[in-house]
Design a protein around this ligand. Structure first.
Ligand SMILES: Cc1cc2nc3c(=O)[nH]c(=O)nc-3n(C[C@H](O)[C@H](O)[C@H](O)COP(=O)(O)OP(=O)(O)OC[C@H]3O[C@@H](n4cnc5c(N)ncnc54)[C@H](O)[C@@H]3O)c2cc1C
Length: 491
C-alpha cells in the first residue's frame, strides 16, 4: 500500500514535530514517521531561548508551554577555589523579541505538548513505531520505504525532510560527509527529583575545576540537572552505575534527599553535515548539525531550521516559488549554526580544561580584571543571499506589546509583512501580493525606535520573523525584494 503526501518528515523529535506542525498549519498533508513508539525519555535539552518561545507563540502553543517552564536566572562559572571567574546575569524582563531571554524546561514534556498540539491538524498523519529505512528519488516524487513491525509500506512525497537526529538515516542517503570540529568529550548527565530545595543554587553553575568539570542546572518543579565530565579511568558503564552516581552527587545532596529520575553518558560532538539537500530530500536539526550543550542551542537550532524550511516549502508547494528557493536553506542556517558551535567551543574550553596550569592561567587573568567577566548575549546572523544587508537584516524582527496587550506578531500575521510608511513600487506591490504579504503602515513606537537606530523607514519581515532587509525608500524596497523575487514563478 502506498501513502501519498505533500511532505514526509522522518523523525518526530522536536525538529520534526515543529516542522510537521508548521506545514500542517499551512494546510499541507504531512506524514511524520518515528521509529520510537513514544517520545525519547533521556535527559536532554533543558533550555530554549526567546526566539523559540516566539515560534511556540506562532504555532499557538505558548500558553501550554509557558507554565511548564521557568525563566533563565543566570549562570556563574566558578574555579576550583569557588571564586566566580565569569558570570551571566539573565535579564528577568520581557526582551526585544516579546518574551524573556530564555526558559528552562524538560524536553520530553515539551515534546509531548508539541505532539498533542500538532495532533489537532487533520492533514498531519503521525506514524509512531515506524522506521524509515530507504528513500528513492523517482521521476514523480520521493518514495520512502518504511518498516512498522511485520509489514513494510511505502510513502510517496514531493519533499522528504530527515529530522532523524544524530544517527540520521536520511543524512546517510544524502551524503554522510560531515565537518568535524574535533571536539568530543563525554559527560554524565543526571536528572534528579529533590524532596525539597536542599539549598541548591538558584542559577546554573559551571564548576570549572580541572580535577572534574561539572555543571548544576536548576529546572522547573522538583527537577534538578547535574552534568559531570568523565575523567581518565571513567567509562560510560562505570559512571552510570547507581552507587557511583550517588557518590558523585554527594558533593551537592545527601542520598536521602532526592531520587534519580534518569541518567545517561553522552559524547558531545561539534559536527556540521556537508550537504543539507539534494533535490526534494533535505535534513534538519541534529541530522544536519550537532553541538555540545553549553549554550543550550541544539534543539533551538533544529526549531529554527524547521521554521526556515516551512515557509519556503509552503511557497514552493503553492507554486509561487521554484525549488531553487531551497538553495538558500543551508546557506542561511549553516552560518548561524557554525557561529553558535564556535562560541560553544570557546565556552567549553573554559569549562572543560583539565590542565591545572591552563586553569591557573585562566584564573589569574580573571583575578587581574578585579571582577568576574560578564558574558554578553549575542544574536548570530543567518547567511546566504536572500536577505539584503547585515546587522539588522538577517536577525529577528523586534516584537513589542501593542497598546491593547497583543504581541506585535499578531498584528503582522503569519506571512510576509512590510512594516513602515514607505510606499512600494508597482513591481514590489506585485511581489508582496504574490508572497501573500501585507503592509503594516502604522509603526509601533518601539519598532519606530528600532528603525531609527537602523537608519531605515521600513523593514520586510519574513514568516520566520527574520528581517529580509531594510529600506529608506521605494528603490531600496525593490533591492530588498530582488533576490527573493528571482526564485518566484512568473505571474
Ligand atoms: C545532555 C544534553 C543536553 C542538551 N541540552 C540542550 C539545551 O539545553 N538546549 C538545546 O537547545 N538543546 C540541547 N540539547 C540538544 C537537543 O536535545 C537536540 O538538539 C534535539 O533533541 C534535536 O532534535 P531533533 O528533533 O533534531 O533530533 P532528535 O531529538 O534526536 O529526534 C530524532 C527523532 O528521529 C527518530 N528517528 C531516528 N531515525 C529514524 C528513522 N530511520 N526512521 C524514523 N524515525 C527515526 C528518533 O526516534 C527521534 O525521535 C541537549 C542534548 C543533550 C544530549
Amino acid at each position: 500500500m502506498t501513502l501519498q503526501t505533500d511532505v514526509a518528515v522522518v523523525g518526530y523529535g522536536p525538529t520534526g514535530a515543529v516542522l510537521s506542525h508548521a506545514l500542517a498549519s499551512y494546510g499541507w498533508t504531512v506524514a511524520a514517521f518515528d521509529r520510537e513508539p513514544e517520545v525519547i525519555g533521556l535527559p536532554r535539552a533543558v533550555h530554549f531561548d526567546a526566539e523559540v518561545m516566539r515560534v511556540f507563540q506562532q504555532l499557538r502553543m505558548a500558553d501550554e508551554v509557558l507554565p511548564t517552564t521557568i525563566p533563565v536566572r543566570g549562570m556563574e562559572m566558578l574555579n576550583a577555589q569557588g571564586e566566580m571567574i565569569f558570570c551571566y546575569d539573565a535579564p528577568q524582563d520581557v526582551g526585544p523579541l516579546g518574551w524573556q531571554g530564555g526558559f528552562m524546561f524538560n524536553q520530553p514534556e515539551l515534546e509531548r505538548t508539541l505532539r498533542k498540539k500538532a495532533s489537532t491538524y487533520p492533514s498531519l498523519q503521525v506514524h509512531l513505531g515506524t522506521s524509515v529505512r530507504d528513500i528513492r528519488d523517482e521521476a514523480n516524487g520521493m518514495v520512502l520505504q518504511q518498516d512498522n513491525g511485520p509489514g513494510s509500506r511505502t510513502t510517496r512525497a514531493r519533499f522528504v525532510v530527515g529530522c532523524d537526529g544524530g544517527q540520521s538515516t536520511v543524512r546517510a542517503i544524502l551524503s554522510d560527509k560531515m565537518f568535524d570540529y574535533g571536539e568530543h568529550r563525554t559527560w554524565l548527565v543526571v536528572d534528579v527529583l529533590v524532596e525539597k530545595d536542599a539549598g541548591l543554587p538558584r542559577v546554573t553553575v559551571q564548576y570549572c575545576d580541572p580535577a572534574r568539570p561539572a555543571t548544576f542546572v536548576p529546572l522547573p518543579g522538583r527537577r534538578r540537572r547535574f552534568e559531570i565530565m568523565l575523567m581518565p579511568g571513567d567509562t560510560a558503564e562505570s559512571i552510570t552505575a547507581p552507587g557511583r552516581v550517588t557518590d558523585l552527587l554527594s558533593r551537592w545532596l545527601p542520598p536521602s534527599s532526592y531520587s534519580v529520575e534518569r541518567c545517561a553518558a553522552y559524547t558531545f560532538h561539534c559536527l556540521v553535515a556537508d550537504r543539507w539537500r539534494r533535490g526534494g530530500l533535505l535534513i534538519a536539526g541534529d541530522a544536519a548539525h550537532q553541538m555540545p550543550p553549553f549554550l543550550g542551542q541544539g534543539l533551538c537550532s533544529g526549531i529554527r531550521d524547521a521554521m526556515n524550511l516551512s515557509w519556503k516549502l509552503d511557497l514552493i508547494l503553492r507554486g509561487v516559488a521554484s525549488t531553487s528557493l531551497l538553495d538558500s536553506y543551508q546557506d542561511e542556517r549553516e552560518a548561524h549554526v557554525r557561529h553558535l558551535i564556535e562560541v560553544d567551543i570557546e565556552l567549553g574550553n573554559i569549562i572543560q580544561t583539565t590542565d591545572p596550569a591552563v586553569a591557573a592561567q585562566r584564573d589569574s587573568a580573571a583575578r587581574a580584571s578585579g571582577a568576574p567577566t560578564m558574558l554578553a548575549n549575542f544574536v548570530p546572523e543567518i547567511g546566504g543571499k536572500l536577505c539584503v544587508g547585515t546587522d539588522y537584516a538577517r536577525r529577528p524582527f523586534p516584537q513589542p506589546r501593542c497598546p491593547n496587550g497583543q504581541r506585535h506578531d499578531e498584528l503582522l500575521g503569519g506571512g510576509f509583512a512590510l512594516v513602515g510608511a514607505v510606499e512600494p513600487s508597482r513591481w514590489a506591490t506585485q511581489v508582496l501580493h504574490q508572497l501573500g504579504g501585507h503592509h503594516v503602515r502604522t509603526v509601533h513606537p518601539q519598532v519606530r525606535d528600532w528603525l531609527d537606530e537602523a537608519d531605515a523607514e521600513a523593514a520586510i519581515v519574513r514568516p520566520d520573523r527574520i528581517v529580509l532587509g531594510l529600506a529608506k525608500n521605494a528603490d531600496d524596497l525593490d533591492d530588498v525584494l530582488t533576490p527573493l523575487a528571482s526564485h518566484l514563478t512568473p505571474c
